[in-house]
Design a protein around this ligand. Structure first.
Ligand code: NAD
Ligand code: MG
Length: 289
């Protein structure tokens, strides 16, 4: 990466009233691409499936993978404008992009999505389980059964479903990357259900890594700190958004583009001896994992 990007020190106290949030409503927009980043064919001819690849972290990953020569399949919930915009950027970078929308908390939908991807590309090499949702509540007493089940379905059940249906197609050298969170390690008093799913993702990653090691498939996780994406204005109060990322060591929120190189690294052969690991991208917080 180069030093051509100036990262904002703060973000404005903006608020969206619906989750998933929309990138098109954000001002400033998240930084999802470094124009100076030139791919070197690290993922040439690979097929990558990225959940939540329409926006935020997944979008930055999808664009970097496209620049590295991968063909992309994005699974997202219902943000069609964001998804089409991302597809356009990927195609501008000379890569193919298949968009599939629906609820990954539904096992049948996951199964059908994998079928569609195989019909289109006849292969899957990389699975990035990245979609997620969070609904802050002041007390565990305020977490309804409905919220609890929905958060677990989207954030962790979907990883089981997609991994299960993608696994038969993965081959020697394939890679699975799961998006966890710093909240898995530090806890978060208003995100008790969400941080529990993110902890489960770390354990899922470790267990899957053991389970598929004999096929030389590697499974790793990334645990982001505060990153400026549609998730933030669509889940936190305007007041909290205004303070977002200020209490990190580097003193600012991260941008999606700052995560993409790590997802590239975990997908390609440069990380051939890393599995079951979680990489912390959180503005300098030291995590004892
Ligand atoms: P985002 O809103 O851009 O991405 C989340 C995506 O998940 C959405 O684009 C949406 O399409 C998808 N999604 C949500 N529910 C879905 C469902 N039921 N079915 C299919 N797709 C669904 O926000 P982001 O911050 O880029 O989030 C990506 C991942 O990063 C999430 O797992 C999030 O928990 C994690 N994360 C984010 C931060 C942060 O500060 N932004 C910090 C730690 C972890
Ligand atoms: Mg989105």
């Amino acid at each position: 990466m180069t030093n051509t990007i100036t990262y904002p020190k703060t973000v404005p106290a903006e608020k969206q009233d619906k989750q998933p949030g929309l990138e098109k409503l954000m001002n400033p927009k998240p930084i999802y691409e470094d124009a100076e980043y030139k791919g070197t064919g690290k993922l040439k001819n690979k097929v990558a499936v990225i959940t939540g690849g329409d926006s935020g972290i997944g979008k930055a990953v999808a664009i970097a993978y496209a620049k590295e020569g991968a063909r992309i399949a994005i699974i997202y919930l219902d943000e069609h404008e964001d998804a089409n915009e991302t597809k356009k950027i990927i195609e501008t970078n000379g890569a193919e992009c298949l968009l599939i929308h629906g609820d990954i908390g539904d096992e049948e939908f996951c199964k059908e999505s994998v079928k569609k991807i195989i019909n289109q590309y006849n292969a899957i090499d990389i699975l990035v389980n990245n979609a997620g949702e969070q609904h802050p509540q002041n007390s565990v007493e305020d977490i309804t059964k409905e919220q609890l089940e929905r958060t677990f379905k989207t954030n962790i059940f979907a990883m089981f479903y997609l991994t299960k249906y993608v696994l038969p197609y993965l081959k020697d050298g394939s890679s699975i990357i799961n998006t966890s969170s710093v909240t898995a390690y530090k806890g978060n008093k208003t995100l008790i259900d969400y941080s529990s799913t993110k902890g489960a993702i770390v354990s899922f990653t470790r267990s899957m890594a053991l389970s598929v090691a004999s096929r030389n498939i590697r499974v790793n996780a990334v645990a982001p700190g505060p990153i400026w994406t549609p998730l933030i204005p669509s889940s936190f109060s305007a007041e909290d958004v205004g303070k977002f990322g200020l209490n990190t060591t580097l003193g600012r929120p991260g941008q999606p583009v700052e995560l993409a190189p790590c997802y590239v690294f975990l997908a390609e052969d440069g990380s051939s001896y890393i599995s079951g690991e979680t990489i912390h991208i959180n503005g300098g917080e030291i995590i004892n994992s």
